[in-house]
Design a protein around this ligand. Structure first.
Ligand SMILES: Cc1cc2nc3c(=O)[nH]c(=O)nc-3n(C[C@H](O)[C@H](O)[C@H](O)COP(=O)(O)OP(=O)(O)OC[C@H]3O[C@@H](n4cnc5c(N)ncnc54)[C@H](O)[C@@H]3O)c2cc1C
Length: 442
């Protein structure tokens, strides 16, 4: 089945069944967008080739890691806004968009049977919970289930067949393959699509207009106002970074679209593309190849060794999760970062590094530090529950993709950051005043 695919290889079979007949569905998960989506394009192309109906299916789960389908939940609220846009765009093209609610493994098989579906295409997410869910569905059904990496510009399994040591080992592999993969997307045309035969009524929440800034507008705003200032990206007081991470996390926008637009703008963008392509794809590589991406076990050997040596070092400050969550430590910079995240769903990238490292310094063990950092990150960041998050905390606390530095208490040879260092980099007082409201800063 994979031999018939038209575009450079991005797909892998999740079971050994071959296609016989029947409609094709794209089971949308991580990539919540209609346009510029290789998983949708592959599925649609396959349906066209076999002259069979096509539809998109999304299964809204009652919860996902720390997020829950509750009106007060920031993540679900945002995701549902994005799904409204998916619905409107699919509708404009005549593609039916089915939203199922509940457990995906329970829902998918009956849906497939009811509609006589002949092939399922889905997208790729390296997180354990998503991989096992898709595999369960693939094992349950008797039709092919194909997974397409529509998140990474160079598909994770093409870029590398193993966990990479760091950006320096992945970078040359990605750059060698980019000319084949960083290509314009084909567009979808309305008249080519035959919908599934069974009629369907969408849930009412899906029909109201979305309040979200559309992905393309967010991208234009970045290119016009922030990309020219990207060199100031390590200053949390300046709007210099893209603020696109949550769009990428929910798949509202593809990094390939952004890379093409940024290149076309003619604005110097090397450091931005390094973050958005190499660093981001390195995070998927880490989570895809390291099943312990969110535990101490997943750290490199040198880091485990040095952290073990310093495991019993005395801690001057100790905080529990609740105190940290409220941003009530002795450190105003840390509290400001925590409050920025709690209030807005976004902590500046430079502060994320400091924030996670201080949790290592102030908790009983690296295991506890990593668990708390991941839980707070997942609970409050709009872009949380993402490979980038697990890789970011594993970098800060466990030396993943980093190297040994000068040895010191608690951290051992893990890279250290301190308050004085922040002060030297930017106007820390301004940052603290902005997020804590404090006027006098220590
Ligand atoms: C402790 C810690 C936790 C983090 N948690 C998350 C998280 O939950 N979700 C998340 O998406 N990112 C996370 N990051 C990575 C990074 O801080 C954010 O992606 C970035 O700050 C988002 O802001 P932006 O979109 O304006 O970034 P920009 O500077 O505009 O970068 C563009 C894009 O590149 C990618 N990117 C940038 N920096 C990194 C990086 N260090 N690693 C991987 N990809 C990167 C992101 O997709 C980002 O949107 C974390 C980093 C650390 C150190």
């Amino acid at each position: 089945m994979l031999e018939t695919m038209k575009y450079p290889i991005r797909a892998r079979a999740l079971n050994a069944h071959s296609y016989a007949h029947g409609p094709v569905i794209y089971w949308m998960n991580r990539e919540m967008r209609v346009h510029d989506n290789w998983a949708l394009l592959e599925a649609y192309q396959f349906a066209q080739e076999h002259a069979v109906p096509f539809a998109i299916v999304f299964n809204l789960m009652p919860s996902f890691l720390t997020a829950t389908n509750h009106p007060q939940d920031r993540m679900y609220a945002w995701m549902k806004e994005g799904l409204k846009i998916v619905h409107a765009e699919a509708h404009a093209l005549g593609i039916p968009f089915y939203v199922l609610e509940g457990d995906a493994v329970t829902n998918l098989s009956p849906f497939i049977q009811h509609h006589g579906v002949g092939a399922v295409f889905t997208d790729f997410n390296p997180l354990r919970v998503m991989r096992s869910m898709k595999q369960k569905v693939a094992d349950q059904v008797t039709i092919p289930v194909v997974e397409v990496d529509a998140h990474n510009i160079v598909p994770w399994f093409v870029a590398s067949d193993k966990q990479e040591w760091g950006a320096y080992t992945l970078r040359p592999k990605i750059h060698r393959l980019l000319p084949n993969y960083l290509i314009p997307y084909p567009s979808l045309k309305p008249n080519d699509i035959t919908p599934l035969a069974v009629p369907y009524t969408a849930p009412t929440w899906l029909l109201s207009p979305a309040s979200l800034v559309p992905a393309k507008d967010a991208l234009q705003a970045f290119i016009q106002t922030r990309l020219p200032r990207y060199e100031e990206r390590n200053n949390p007081n300046v709007e210099a970074t893209s603020r696109l991470s949550a769009y990428f996390h929910f798949g509202f926008l593809s990094t390939q679209t952004v890379a093409l637009a940024v290149k076309a703008s003619g604005i110097p963008s090397e450091s931005f593309l390094e973050e958005m392509i190499v660093r981001k794809e390195l995070a998927d590589n880490f989570c895809a190849y390291n099943p312990h991406y969110d535990s101490f076990e997943g750290f490199p050997d040198w880091a485990k060794k040095t952290l073990n040596l310093h495991r019993h070092d005395p801690r001057e400050y100790r905080y529990d999760k609740a105190t940290l969550a409220q941003g009530k430590t002795h450190d105003d910079a840390w509290n400001a970062a925590q409050l920025q995240m709690v209030k807005t769903g976004y902590m500046h990238g430079y502060m994320r590094m400091y924030w996670a490292k201080k949790i290592l310094e102030w908790t009983a063990s690296p295991e506890e530090a990593l668990a708390i950092a991941n839980e707070l990150n997942d609970t409050y960041e709009l872009d949380g529950r993402d490979p980038n998050g697990y890789t970011g905390t594993a970098w800060a606390i466990g030396g993943v993709h980093d190297r040994p530095w000068q040895e010191r208490p608690i951290f051992g040879m893990i890279r250290f950051m301190n308050f004085q260092g922040l002060k030297r980099k930017f106007d820390l007082g301004l940052y603290i005043r902005t997020w804590t409201g404090l006027q006098i800063v220590k």
